[in-house]
Design a binder for this molecule. Structure first.
Ligand SMILES: Cc1cc2nc3c(=O)[nH]c(=O)nc-3n(C[C@H](O)[C@H](O)[C@H](O)COP(=O)(O)OP(=O)(O)OC[C@H]3O[C@@H](n4cnc5c(N)ncnc54)[C@H](O)[C@@H]3O)c2cc1C
Length: 444
C-alpha cells in the first residue's frame, strides 16, 4: 500500500497548511503539489496520487512551518534567540506620503513604499500578484519594473498560495526583497536553513506584514449567500479605500460596497459579522504565535491607537540593522513620515492576545490534550504558562463545531451559532464583570 508522509498528512488533515510551498520544494520526488481544498475553502498542498513516501528521509517534515519553527535557528541574520517581543529595535508610527491614499494601501502604504524603494535601488521584489483579472487568486511573482509594481495588491485577506516562491528565488539573478505574511516567511526560512542554505544570498531584505489571520473562501461565500448575491467576485478588498472595514466585492459589472459601520439593519450587520468572525478564518491562524512576523527586517501593521483614531497610519517595527538603514534612508528623503512609537503601541494596536499569541497557546494546550496536531514554536521566553479553563475549552469546542458547519455550507445554521456565541459571551461577561466589580469594592 502507498504511504504518504504522516506528518504532512497530519498537517493537511488538521487544517494547518498555509500553502507556503516549503514542502513542495523540499520533496525530492515531486510528490507534493498545490491544491485548492473545497471543504476548507483554502489553498494548501496535496500528495499526488502515485506518491509513496516510504523510505524517504522526509525533508518535507523538516521544513513545514506548521510542524515546527525554531526562530533562533532559522533567522538568516544570526540575530540570536528572540525574546517574547522578537527583536524589535525601533518602533514607529507613520505613513508614506505617496502611497497612504492611493486607494489600495491598507494603512500607511509602508510596504508599498518599501517595495518601491527596494526596486529603485535595483532590488527586485518578490510579492503576491493577481493570477488573472477574472479570479481572486494570487500567486508569488518577482517584480522587476515600476509598471508591475503598480499592480501590487493591497492586503489580501483571503487564503492565498505562496507556492513557487522558492523556485523564483533560485532562478533570480539578483538578491530580492520579499513581502510576506509570517507563515510564508517562516516556510521560506525553514527551507533555506535546512535544505538549501546557498539561497540565503538571494534574500536582501524581508518586509513583513503583521497578520492576525487569513480567511478561508467561505467568509465571502457565506456573506454573498446571505445577501443572495449570485456573483463570482473578481476581486475582494476588505480595506484600501479611506475607510477601515469597507468590504468591496468587484464583479464584472461593478463594485459592491458594504461598510461594516453602516448597515441598513441589525440583521445585515450580523450577516457581515458572522461571515467575517474568527470562526471562518484558517484554523492555522488561530494557532499562530508569530503574528508580528519575527523573521522580517521591517514589519508594518495598522496603527489602531487612541491617539491616531480615524487616521490611516501604520505601526512599524524594525528588527535588523539593514532594516533600520532602509527606514532611516527613506525617512531622510521624506519617503516615510515617522514618529517614534513603542512596544506598548504594538500591544494597544494589536491586543496582547495577538502580540503574545495567548489564544493560540490556550487552544494548542486544549488541542494537545486531545492528541490533535498543532504547530510548535520555539522562542527563548514563551512568557507565563497560560492555563486553559473549562470555559475556554467549551468555547474552542463550539468554535470547531461552527467552523465545520460553515465548511459544509450550512450558512443559516452557522449564522445562528454565531449569534448564540455572541449572546453567550455577552451573558457570561456581564455577570463576570459585575462579580469582579463587587470583589474590588469589597477589597477596598
Ligand atoms: C492576511 C492579512 C492579515 C492581516 N492582519 C492584520 C492584523 O491583524 N493587524 C494589523 O495591524 N495588520 C494586519 N494586516 C496588515 C495590514 O492590513 C496591512 O497589510 C499592513 O499594515 C501594511 O499596510 P500598507 O498600507 O503598508 O501596505 P499595502 O500598501 O497595503 O501593501 C501590502 C502589500 O503586502 C503584500 N500582501 C498583501 N496581502 C498579502 C498576503 N496575503 N500574503 C502575502 N503578501 C501580501 C502585497 O505585496 C501588498 O502590496 C494583515 C494583512 C494581511 C494580508
Amino acid at each position: 500500500m502507498r504511504e504518504h508522509n504522516p506528518d504532512i498528512q497530519g498537517v493537511l488533515d488538521n487544517d494547518l497548511c498555509i500553502a507556503c510551498g516549503a514542502c513542495v520544494s523540499a520533496c525530492p520526488y515531486d510528490f507534493i503539489e498545490h491544491n485548492f481544498h473545497e471543504y476548507r475553502g483554502s489553498n494548501e498542498v496535496r500528495f499526488i496520487e502515485t506518491a509513496d513516501c516510504s523510505g524517504c528521509p522526509a525533508p518535507c517534515t523538516r521544513v513545514c512551518p506548521s510542524i515546527d519553527i525554531n526562530f533562533a535557528e532559522i533567522n538568516l541574520q544570526n540575530r540570536g534567540t528572540p525574546e517574547r517581543d522578537g527583536w524589535i529595535k525601533q518602533t514607529y508610527i507613520g505613513y508614506s506620503p505617496e502611497f497612504q491614499s492611493d486607494g489600495k494601501s491598507s494603512s500607511g502604504g509602508i510596504l508599498r513604499a518599501l517595495s518601491h524603494y527596494a526596486l529603485s535601488t535595483g532590488t527586485p521584489v518578490l510579492t503576491l500578484m493577481k493570477s488573472n483579472d477574472d479570479t481572486i487568486e494570487y500567486r508569488p511573482k518577482l517584480v522587476r519594473t515600476e509598471s508591475d509594481l503598480k499592480q501590487m495588491p493591497g492586503s489580501v485577506y483571503h487564503s492565498t498560495s505562496f507556492i513557487g516562491a522558492i523556485e523564483i528565488l533560485r532562478e533570480s539573478e539578483n538578491a530580492c526583497a520579499i513581502v510576506g505574511i509570517p507563515c510564508q516567511l517562516a516556510g521560506i526560512h525553514n527551507y533555506i536553513t535546512y535544505i538549501e542554505p546557498e539561497l540565503s544570498n538571494k534574500i536582501k531584505l524581508t518586509f513583513g506584514i503583521v497578520c492576525g489571520w487569513m480567511y478561508s473562501y467561505h467568509a465571502h461565500e457565506s456573506f454573498m449567500s446571505h445577501k443572495k448575491l449570485e456573483i463570482r467576485p473578481t476581486d475582494i478588498s476588505y480595506r484600501g479605500d479611506d475607510k477601515v472595514g469597507l468590504l468591496k466585492l468587484s464583479t464584472g459589472s461593478g463594485v459592491l460596497k458594504f461598510d461594516r459601520r453602516n448597515f441598513g439593519s441589525k440583521a445585515e450587520k450580523l450577516d457581515y459579522q458572522s461571515a467575517y468572525s474568527t470562526d471562518s478564518n484558517r484554523l492555522r491562524c488561530r494557532l499562530c504565535e508569530d503574528h508580528t512576523n519575527l523573521l522580517a527586517d521591517v514589519i508594518a501593521g495598522d496603527a489602531w491607537l487612541a491617539r491616531t483614531q480615524g487616521q490611516k497610519v501604520s505601526i512599524i517595527g524594525v528588527r535588523s540593522d539593514k532594516g533600520q538603514k532602509v527606514v532611516d534612508e527613506m525617512a531622510s528623503k521624506g519617503l516615510l513620515l515617522l514618529e517614534a512609537g513603542s512596544i506598548d503601541d504594538f500591544v494597544e494596536s494589536q491586543s496582547e492576545n495577538l502580540i503574545y499569541g495567548i489564544t493560540a497557546q490556550k487552544m494548542k494546550r486544549w488541542f494537545g490534550q486531545r492528541g490533535i496536531r498543532t504547530p510548535a514554536y520555539h522562542f527563548a521566553d514563551k512568557g507565563p504558562e497560560i492555563e486553559t479553563s473549562a470555559v475556554d475549552g467549551f468555547s474552542f469546542y463550539l468554535e470547531t463545531l461552527r467552523r465545520h458547519v460553515l465548511r459544509t455550507g450550512k450558512y443559516r445554521t452557522f449564522w445562528w451559532l454565531y449569534l448564540m456565541k455572541r449572546l453567550w459571551i455577552f451573558t457570561s461577561r456581564v455577570p463576570r464583570l459585575a462579580l469582579a466589580k463587587l470583589k474590588r469594592s469589597l477589597a477596598r
